[in-house]
Ligand binder design. Structure first.
Ligand code: AMP
Ligand code: ZN
Length: 298
């Protein structure tokens, strides 16, 4: 992100401007939020992320990206004819989870959206390593399973997550380096057991969500998850450098990769968990794997 003075690309007013290189435009602080809202709305329309009358579950972690997603969706909800429900999963990770929940509650009150909370502890388990899977991976798998399950149990059609361009670039490069092309797509169609999953911030860089969250004073925490593994973000510098050397290069990379990608992906849940009947990729669903390990259930 670059801060300099000049004339805003939208309203032409002279003053301090925000320039996000991926957008190729410099905007004043009052035009910036509406620009992001138009950017997200246009991606949602182009990719057919919603239907009129849908209620969208917005997955809220307490971090800035999902806070921005909720605010943007709220702002465009009337125009898009959608309703929103906030969805938070309490992963039971001590003080970090308590703080996240507090921030999410504050956000939903500010945006006047209903909040639904699902707790891992209600399933009688806690997040622990399972076999060769580290805690962070177990946490991610359980979280995705609970987000799907809660959205479906609420009878909602769409689940939106706050994954940003920065997240997507990491997934894409990791996929290429592991010899496949199955990074996440902007829209995953619904299946019998799963709502449509959408990523409205797919082409929105984190440089933009940071500015947006601060301009609008959205409640969020910068606290790092205690299970956070920095290796997950090891390619950040590569993309920062790419964007520096070739402005808009990261967006172009994501567009080209997306075209090249086949629609396979780990998210294709093909089996049914024999213990609980939930869809899964593995022999048992992530929650039942924990139940077997921690409660000895079979
Ligand atoms: P992360 O994997 O932490 O980068 O999170 C990606 C997205 O998943 C976030 O932007 C949220 O939309 C969603 N998410 C992460 N953690 C939670 C949580 N505890 N509850 C609900 N949604 C979450
Ligand atoms: Zn199960």
């Amino acid at each position: 992100m670059l801060l300099h003075s000049g004339s805003c690309a939208v309203c032409k007013t002279e003053g301090e401007l925000i320039e996000i290189s991926q957008f190729g435009k410099a905007l004043c602080p009052s035009c910036f939020p509406a620009f992001i809202q138009r950017h997200v709305r246009s991606l949602m329309r182009r990719r057919q992320m919603h239907r009129k009358g849908d209620t969208v579950a917005v997955a809220l972690s307490g971090g800035k990206d999902s806070a921005v997603l909720a605010h943007v969706l709220k702002e465009i909800s009337w125009n898009m004819r959608i309703e929103l429900v906030g969805l938070h999963i309490d992963m039971g990770l001590g003080a970090y989870s308590e703080l996240s929940e507090r921030v999410v509650r504050e956000l939903c009150e500010k945006l006047r959206i209903k909040l639904e909370i699902t707790r891992v502890s209600d399933f009688g388990v806690s997040i622990q390593p399972v076999g060769q899977f580290r805690q962070c991976n177990v946490c991610g798998a359980v979280r995705r399973a609970l987000m799907n399950r809660t959205t479906r149990n609420l009878g909602l059609q769409v689940l939106a997550t706050g994954h940003t361009l920065d997240d997507i670039l990491q997934f894409m490069l990791k996929a290429v380096l592991s010899g496949h092309l199955d990074a996440p797509r902007p829209v995953l169609p619904p299946s019998e057991h799963r709502p449509r999953k959408i990523k409205p911030l797919y082409f929105t860089p984190e440089a933009a969500t940071s500015v947006y969250a601060d301009l609008l004073e959205l409640p969020y925490t910068e606290e790092q998850c205690p299970l956070f593994d920095p290796a997950g973000r090891r390619f950040n510098e590569i993309f920062d450098l790419l964007e520096q050397k070739a402005p808009m290069g990261t967006i172009q990379y994501a567009h080209t990769m997306l075209r090249a990608m086949k629609r396979v992906g780990k998210d294709e849940l093909k089996r049914i968990c024999p213990m609980c009947g939930e869809p899964t990729n593995t022999e048992l669903c992530p929650i039942c794997r924990l139940r077997r390990q921690q409660l000895g259930e079979d």
